[in-house]
Design a protein around this ligand. Structure first.
Ligand code: C2E
Length: 352
């Protein structure tokens, strides 16, 4: 699912979204299978999305959204369904390759058994002390040896082809793995990669007895910007902010798109002081440029971001860390936006 829908499904509005999806499905006589539900949740959650537009087009043309059509739409528009398709396809290629190598190895085994039998017969005949027999034995052996050589050459060729195919498959699987962890719009790590990265960073911090810091960054007034200029420009704003965060906040840290217009940076083994300095650099860089509408050169104004960060307390869970960073972000928004705020320590949160 896209990041926005994933976020929407984890928000207080999620039940309403799910109910609307079911109502629309019932109205269009679509069975509530898991795949269909996923598709129609996307439909109601992102009415401007290419998927929703395609469904609207099909409905306007009087088409029924059958299960087969649902599968096709999911494969085309839902990135995870496409990934699953890619993985299945890679698995098919792999299994065909393995079948052909197994068959070739079986054939080579049979012919080497035959060759062994020929050798046994020949050695029996060589005990007959007759030059003609020796000559005929050598000739038979030469024929048998050539046959085995030929078959070995075929086998070698097939093995080389399979090795090359396996190399290609490994590359495409690596790509699929990378795609599954990357946000398509911004090219930053996606929510799934972030969740895993944060758990991992907490484990590493505990094992090393080190601190770590989590930051959450949100684009100020993004909704208003989107409403005023449209989703396409909204997407460009997301890419612009992501490019600044990726340039200044990633490596060796992890920068991710956390939700719709929210980003996160995990600072492994780094303290709040370092995080604050990086966040301030990002904040200043983002607002240092005035964006232009590329088609008309119209001035779109400047973008600002608010940030919150929390330094992890030894043993603190990922969820608590996110909550504290989020609360700090909220404090930045509340204090007027375009600023960076440190989270309160856990004790203060507990006492509040
Ligand atoms: P993009 O449109 O794919 O552009 C990628 C990069 O190509 C930009 O990275 C920039 O280095 C370069 N580039 C593209 N178009 C222009 C241009 O007209 N003039 C200049 N000087 N360079 C250009 P950058 O700046 O980090 O931006 C990343 C993304 O942020 C862009 O991806 C775009 O989606 C968005 N963005 C940045 N500035 C603007 C802007 O002024 N207007 C709009 N509408 N979007 C912008």
């Amino acid at each position: 699912m896209s990041v926005d829908v994933q976020t929407a499904l984890r928000s207080p509005k999620s039940y309403e979204l799910a109910r609307t999806a079911l109502e629309v499905m019932e109205a269009h006589q679509v069975w509530p299978t898991v795949r269909n539900f996923e598709l129609w949740v996307h439909y109601v959650a992102e009415k401007e999305s290419p998927l929703a537009q395609e469904i609207d087009r099909l409905l306007a043309a009087g088409e029924a959204i059958t299960e087969t059509m649902g599968e096709a739409l999911a494969a085309q528009f839902l990135p995870e369904a496409k990934l699953n398709g890619d993985i299945l396809e890679a698995g098919d290629v792999l299994s065909k390759e393995l079948q052909s190598v197994t068959a070739a190895i079986g054939a080579a085994q049979r012919s080497s058994e035959e060759y062994g039998q020929e050798l046994a017969i020949a050695s029996g005949r060589l005990t007959e002390d007759d030059a003609n027999t020796v000559k005929s034995v050598v000739e038979d052996l030469t024929v048998a040896t050539r046959k085995v050589q030929g078959e070995n050459a075929v086998l070698e060729g097939q093995l080389a082809e399979t090795t090359a195919e396996l190399g290609r498959l490994r590359e495409s699987l690596d790509q699929v793995r990378r795609d599954a962890m990357t946000d398509g719009l911004t090219n930053l790590a996606n929510r799934k990669a972030f969740d895993e990265g944060l758990e991992h960073a907490c484990e590493i911090a505990d094992a090393a007895g080190e601190g770590m810091t989590l930051a959450i960054i949100d684009i100020d007034h993004f909704k208003g910007f989107n409403d005023a200029w449209g989703h396409q420009i909204g997407d460009q704003v997301l890419r612009y902010v992501a490019s600044v965060i990726g340039r200044m906040g990633a490596h060796p840290r992890m920068a991710a798109r956390y939700g719709g217009e929210e980003f996160a940076i995990i600072f492994p083994t780094e303290h709040g002081r370092t995080a604050k300095a990086v966040l301030e650099e990002i904040r200043e860089e983002v607002s240092s440029r005035s964006l232009k509408r590329r088609s008309t050169n119209e001035d779109l104004g400047t973008i600002t971001v608010s940030a919150g960060y929390a330094e992890r307390i030894a043993g603190e869970g990922a969820m608590s860390l996110v909550e504290r960073a989020d609360a700090a972000l909220y404090a930045s928004k509340h204090a007027g936006r375009n600023r960076t705020t440190a989270a309160q320590p856990m004790a203060a949160v507990a006492a509040a």
